[in-house]
Design a protein around this ligand. Structure first.
Ligand code: IMP
Ligand code: MG
Length: 182
């Protein structure tokens, strides 16, 4: 956790990468892309907590076709702003065998998290696994997975807002910021 005064100082010195209206327009665009691909598949929208929460919530109100909702919680531990070991805290509750699943997360960085989720879903014998992220980090690395739907790209810096946190803070912001000096 972070001290609220420190959280305010981080926001005050941060660079805005995508203002709120840009994020909202990108979510609208992704919703249209998803609608074209999945509107007849009765998919399960699988939110990856905690970071995928704002995106999943706003995205699902723009998907006006039948779907089910469920969530998983996966965490990468380690240094505050990079890498770490993956751990499953909550597995899907709905039976997913034979279903089309749309995994919704905040950011595709190295891709370890999304790839691990996809592998678990394939073990559960889903019919198809699609992935959607608010942000893809342009880190120049080869990634084990590409997202099917990407709202926005972000530079190879530590970003926060719209689901992404700085040590627990600022997931609630409607815009995306990058930490200064990073
Ligand atoms: P990946 O496994 O490297 O793709 O990391 C994905 C997860 O790491 C995301 O779901 C985020 O929780 C976290 N993450 C990666 N980069 C950032 C960042 O710049 N800000 C906040 N969280 C991040
Ligand atoms: Mg996350």
């Amino acid at each position: 956790m972070i001290d609220p005064q420190q959280a305010l100082a981080i926001l005050a010195s941060a660079d805005i990468i995508h203002p709120a209206d840009t994020v909202a327009a990108a979510v609208d665009r992704v919703a249209r892309e998803i609608t074209v691909r999945l509107r007849t598949s009765n998919p399960v929208l699988l939110c990856v907590l905690n970071g995928g929460m704002p995106f999943a919530g706003q995205l699902m109100t723009r998907l006006t076709f039948p779907l089910d909702f469920d969530y998983v919680q996966v965490a990468r531990y380690g240094q505050a702003t990079s890498g770490g070991v993956l751990s499953w805290r909550v597995e899907p509750a709905l039976p997913l065998r034979g279903r089309t699943v749309l995994v919704v997360d905040d950011i595709l960085d190295e891709g370890v998290t999304l790839a691990a989720i996809r592998d678990r879903l394939l073990e559960l014998e889903v019919a198809a696994c699609y992935t959607a992220v608010v942000a893809e980090k342009m880190n120049g690395r080869r990634k084990p997975i590409q997202a099917d739907f990407v709202a926005l790209t972000v530079p190879d810096r530590f970003v926060f807002g719209y689901g992404m946190d700085v040590r627990g803070a600022w997931r609630n912001l409607p815009a995306i910021y990058a930490m200064r000096g990073n």
